[in-house]
Design a protein around this ligand. Structure first.
Ligand code: ADP
Ligand code: ZN
Length: 636
């Protein structure tokens, strides 16, 4: 493949051009994106494409999939086509690619007519290097002639959409291979974050990948801190998380529209810049919220899972699930929207077993479930329940769920304690074996005595010794189990009941009132047959302030907060003026490095990670002025 000239000497008729030395992949990465090193497998993916080989790339969200096909677009003369189902994202993706110096365009149904003419003109004249299309647009067929002669690589983003096994099947994806058949010479690249083997095989077969290089990244996201706690006080627990990230972007997922509205109102009344988003709102309002969030005019969005597919904001600092998600796959995908920029971010799940019942009910209402779908649903709910209650490292549980070892044996710093989940951080404690068994037996025998005729609340009151009228009327305040776990507190008791449900020792009968029932496994456990694990939330110790040398070192090396905020303000102004999302201008990582290094010249600014040539030229002067002390409003 021919080297490109880096944008200077376009070929003029009759004039011999000196082809400059080929850029290396490293040079392209630094020049275009301002990054000095590849994320895992990016280089291998780009090299395969440049060599004309088909590939299947599985990388977690935030793993940097776009660069796998954008780098080849920057290095070769042909056209790179990207099929993506996310029309809402395309314009932002184009803006980001252009900011890296690529001649990028998009074709989809939302495109305005006068824009469309320009896009076609650039495409037919051979200018376009990277073209995003929706599957419908490509399948319409009329594009084929325009792109066939120059197509070097056809990339399929969100490739799991070809698979019934995946979570968002798109029938159009199944017909892509037909179109690709008309470009036999172009390499194919399928990209996804979904790593289950069934989905992987389906992608290979459906897209007819020819002897593809399969690159599967480790699914772990080391920059994310995972926490899972029993839900006690939903609004209060959500607010706690939000308060840990003042002024930063975050998403709060809840199960129903009503929950969403209630949480949004609660946060707003606590002074948080926040809005609600769900499918019941008018399209215009939803657009306003989405654009406000991406444009950093809104910090927090409380939403149903309708929100997020079209969100590419990389500096989301937290994702809270105020209700339990439907499956571990859903959790991975939704929580994965945090920290795509690689900086620390937090994912919190507030669990209650009752959420699982709601999911089951909704799924049944949605469709007459075939028995195998019903079994799959049960398994998924059990798995997410286990994730939420097992007092086991969350990074490990997630990695293992996706079939990977944790810690990653290939990583240099493989050790047992991740230091980035509630269990490893000591916020959730694994009860010693004996204590867990004894506690479980007490709870189970109370449920047994209640004979499956009462709900969780009743059994918890029985165990905690809170006599109410009903308990007294039944004479249950005379039972031996009455008050037997008084010291634990009702919150812990509720959570243990949930934990026993998830582990199959208790069951909930779904009738008009959910009734708690002991299972055969539960009875067996009472006879000391079987094992149980119980976790308990450790009350937070008063935080130790960092003092002395460590604190001083942290401030000396860390960014200047005030400058960082001014740079953010400038970024927002620049973004508004140029009509792109703020993250397309610079990432938080770049701003925070600027605030720490305080570069004074373009050369110094160039050394900041995330400052490529194009951005230096475009945005450098304004940012240097603000670093030198000018207010953002006049520097822009
Ligand atoms: P994915 O599509 O896999 O979720 P993206 O392609 O959106 O990931 O990349 C996530 C973020 O990581 C982007 O903001 C991107 O600029 C950044 N990124 C990608 N590659 C690198 C790299 N080699 N070094 C630093 N940051 C990177
Ligand atoms: Zn851990």
């Amino acid at each position: 493949m021919e080297a490109k000239d880096g944008g200077s000497g376009r070929k003029l008729p009759g004039i011999a051009v000196i082809v400059p030395p080929k850029l290396t992949l490293e040079e392209a990465l630094l020049r275009g994106w301002g990054y000095r090193s590849f994320r895992p497998l990016q280089r291998e993916a780009a090299e395969a494409a440049l060599a004309g080989r088909d590939s299947l790339i599985v990388l977690p969200t935030g793993g940097g999939k776009s660069l796998c096909y954008q780098l080849p677009a920057a290095l070769q003369r042909g056209l790179v086509l990207v099929v993506s189902p996310l029309i809402a994202l395309m314009d932002d993706q184009v803006a980001a690619a252009r900011a890296a110096g690529l001649k990028a365009d998009a074709l989809h149904s939302n495109l305005e007519a006068d824009h469309r003419g320009d896009v076609y003109r650039r495409l037919t004249s051979g200018e376009t290097e990277l073209l995003y299309v929706s599957p419908e647009r490509l399948l319409a067929g009329d594009l084929v002639e325009d792109i066939a002669p120059r197509l070097a690589l056809a990339a399929v983003d969100e490739a799991h959409c070809v698979s019934h096994w995946g979570h968002d099947f798109r029938p159009e994806y199944r017909r892509l291979a037909e179109v690709f058949g008309r470009f036999p010479k172009a390499a194919r690249m399928a990209l996804t974050a979904t790593a289950t083997p069934g989905v992987r095989d389906d992608i290979r077969a459906q897209l007819r990948l020819r002897d593809p290089l399969v690159l599967v990244g480790h699914p772990d996201r080391p920059n994310l801190v995972y926490r899972a706690f029993p839900r006690r006080d939903q609004a209060g627990q959500v607010l706690d998380v939000v308060r840990r990230h003042p002024g930063r972007g975050g998403i709060v997922y809840a199960q129903t529209r009503k929950d969403v509205e209630r949480l949004a109102a609660g946060l707003a009344s606590a002074g948080v810049s926040c809005a609600a988003y769900h499918a019941g709102l008018p399209a215009e309002e939803r657009r306003r919220v989405q654009e406000g969030f991406v444009g950093e005019r809104l910090d927090v969005v409380a939403a149903t899972i309708a929100f997020g597919m079209g969100i590419d904001r990389p500096d989301v600092r937290f994702v809270v699930h105020a209700n339990t998600p439907r499956s571990v796959e859903h959790y991975q995908q939704e929580s994965g929207r945090a920290g795509r920029d690689g900086e620390p971010a937090e994912c919190v799940l507030l669990f209650a077993a009752s959420d699982l019942a709601v999911h089951r009910r909704l799924a049944r209402k949605d469709a007459d479930l075939a028995p195998e779908r019903e079994r799959a649903l049960d398994r998924q709910l059990r798995e997410i329940g286990r994730y939420a209650v097992a007092p086991v490292c969350r990074h490990r549980l997630l990695a293992e769920h996706f079939g990977a070892l944790y810690p990653d044996p290939a990583a240099a710093s493989a050790e047992g304690n991740c230091g980035a989940c509630d269990v490893c951080l000591g916020e959730t404690r694994d009860l010693p074996h004996e204590e867990a068994l004894l506690t479980a037996k007490k709870i189970l025998s109370a449920a047994w005595r209640a004979e499956g005729r009462y709900g969780t609340g009743y059994v918890v009151r029985l165990l905690s010794g809170r006599a109410d009228e009903r308990l007294a009327r039944n004479g249950h305040d005379k039972l031996q189990v009455f008050g037997i776990l008084k010291e634990a507190g009702e919150a812990a008791l509720c959570s243990w009941v949930d934990q026993l449900i998830v582990q199959g020792f208790l069951d909930v009968d779904e009738g008009e009132y959910p009734l708690l029932r002991i299972t055969e496994a539960g009875k067996a456990l009472c006879r000391d047959e079987g094992t149980v694990r119980l976790g308990a939330v450790v009350p937070p110790a008063p935080r130790k302030k960092r003092t002395g040398a460590l604190a001083r070192a942290a401030t000396a090396a860390g960014p200047d907060e005030e400058l960082f905020e001014r740079l953010r303000r400038l970024r927002r102004l620049v973004a508004e003026r140029t009509g792109v999302p703020p993250y397309v201008v610079f990432h938080d990582t770049a701003l925070s490095e600027m605030a720490a290094l305080k570069p004074r010249t373009p050369d110094e600014l160039r050394s900041v990670k995330g400052v490529g040539e194009r951005k230096l030229e475009r945005y450098g002067p304004a940012f240097l002025r603000v670093i030198a002390g000018e207010p953002p409003e006049s520097a822009v």
